[in-house]
Design a protein around this ligand. Structure first.
Ligand code: ZN
Length: 510
């Protein structure tokens, strides 16, 4: 779980932030509530100082966006990364960011090596220029609680592209983004390419034409590095699925085991906000896994692999993440047992001493198989993309072309929604975090949690000279690719003009 239960006591948060950690104990189960601060135009000014403080004092910041659409899905999966970049750019120029989630994680060394204070914000935004909004995205968002009335009435206005004059003193989302750059903290995202391109175009400057220039700019914008939890989950932690909800839950469970075993583990604290702010805070529950679950229910293969299923809540099969993880772990255990038996037999035949089995060494990330077709997820993605090119580009058939990457706009990743008022998760068969309105905030929190947890497994690393988590440093996940996008400045690529101007602004007036 996301909070320390070592002694069951309520832990005191950092003095500067005041208040009490929000943990409740019910029997053996610990229910953690994550406060998500809703920021919109009527409280943006009031929240400005806390936003800035949270960003400036953070050890790292996790970000997530909710978008008005993405455009043509198949071009977003183009095998040529340069082409793929161009398609995302086109989407970022024509679509907008509906909400921005920020989760600031501040290390608290006095409370233990892996203790963080987490502050989570969900900013509702309104792009003041014309933008395309896709019916499919709207439909999905409305079905999942996104309130468009509220967005139009209370969204914080912003404009895209380059600055209009000197904006550095204004209190705007663009200035907030500039402050994020000034903070020089690691930036954490989940499947981050789309987010990065949208953030750049919407809050920073016009996008450069080439991918090389884009990554060169990013390098200077985020000198402490960019981290992608989808990359970390597949290539580093080697989880069999890597959609956000799965990865988060898996990390939460593993962290719980480590805590129970007395091993190094992640502990989190949250601020308790003053009563005057309560109206703007949504407490989201992280639920402990139910100990007794009926294993007779069959799992939905689609949801299990991708976090999404075309049938949605109508699906007769289970979308329960804990059940899915239980099943995956049982499969892994079964394989391990068989391998051990095989190895034992082999050693007996060769007359070798019964020692140590070697772990399997595969090149790609481990993947679960879907629908018995024996294809890996990325192969399906590719196949779908190819299939789409052959047939008419029409989206409908409505399924696998939307997987993972295409999901971004409509967020089918977390298709089933739990109400935040159900801490026990009693009636809801799919205890999934997130409703439409606060999803960006909570997704950013989950993303940050995963990265912090990955940090625990890397052991002590108070090495100030090197990057934070070297294996994941500046690697951005690419759907359908065995290698990530490396964020680097090559000797052949120069940074863009608009970016250089922004850099002057960022460092000139601070
Ligand atoms: Zn299903």
């Amino acid at each position: 779980m996301a909070a320390d239960s070592d002694d069951g006591a309520v832990s005191a948060p950092a003095a500067s932030d005041g208040g009490v950690c929000k943990t409740t104990k019910s029997g053996e189960e610990l229910v953690v509530q994550v406060p998500v601060v809703d920021v919109q135009s009527d409280n943006f000014k009031e929240m400005w100082p806390s936003l800035l403080l949270a960003i400036k004092t953070a050890s790292f910041v996790a970000v997530d966006t909710e978008l008005s659409g993405l455009g043509d899905r198949k071009s977003l999966l183009n095998q040529c990364i340069e082409e793929r970049y161009k398609s995302v750019c086109h989407a970022a120029r024509t679509r907008s960011i509906l909400s921005l989630g920020l989760a600031c994680f501040k290390q608290q060394p006095d409370k233990g090596e892996h203790s963080y204070l987490a502050q989570v914000f969900n900013l509702t935004l309104l792009c003041m220029e014309e933008y395309v909004i896709e019916p499919k995205s709207v439909q999905f968002l409305v079905q999942h609680g996104f309130n468009f009335n509220r967005q139009y009435a209370q969204g914080i206005p912003y404009h895209k592209g380059n600055d209009k004059g000197d904006e550095s003193q204004s209190q705007s989302v663009r200035t907030l983004f500039l402050e994020l750059i000034r903070a020089r903290r690691p930036l954490v995202l989940h499947n981050g390419l789309i987010d990065l391109v949208f953030l750049y175009q919407n809050f920073y400057a016009h996008l450069p034409e080439s991918l090389g220039t884009f990554t060169a700019d990013l390098c200077e914008m985020f000198p402490a590095g960019i981290y992608d939890t989808k990359y970390a989950a597949e290539f580093h932690a080697r989880f069999v699925a890597s959609y956000l909800e799965y990865v988060f839950r898996k990390c939460e469970r593993e962290n719980g085991k480590q805590r129970a075993a007395g091993s190094p583990h992640l502990t989190l604290e949250f601020c308790s906000y003053p009563t005057s702010m309560r109206a703007h805070i949504d407490y989201r529950c992280c639920m402990p896994p139910t100990t007794h679950r009926p294993h007779s229910i069959s799992i939905c293969d689609n949801f299990s692999a991708y976090g999404w299923c075309p049938l949605g809540p109508q699906c007769p099969r289970s979308h329960d993440i804990d059940l899915i993880i239980d099943t995956d772990e049982a499969v892994v255990e079964d394989k391990r047992r068989r391998r051990r038996r095989r190895e034992k037999r082999r050693r007996a035949l060769l007359g070798l001493p019964g020692k140590q089995t070697s772990e399997e060494n595969e090149d790609g990330p481990p993947m679960k198989q879907v629908c018995g077709d024996g294809l890996k997820a990325e192969e399906i993605e590719q196949e779908v993309a190819e299939d789409e090119t052959r047939s008419q580009p029409g989206l409908e058939k409505g399924h696998k072309n939307d997987l993972e990457m295409g999901l971004k706009a409509t967020r089918l990743e977390t298709a089933d929604v739990a109400t935040s008022e159900a801490p026990g998760g009693q009636a809801n068969p799919h205890p999934v975090a997130g409703d439409g309105l606060h999803r960006a905030g909570f997704d950013a929190f989950m993303t940050g949690f995963v990265m912090a947890y990955v940090g625990v497994s890397q052991g002590p690393q108070i090495c100030s000279s090197g990057p934070w988590l070297p294996e994941c440093h500046n690697k951005v996940y690419l759907s359908g690719k065995a290698v990530p996008l490396t964020v680097a400045k090559s000797q052949f690529s120069r940074s863009s003009k608009a970016h250089n101007q922004k850099m002057k602004l960022a460092w000139g007036s601070s």
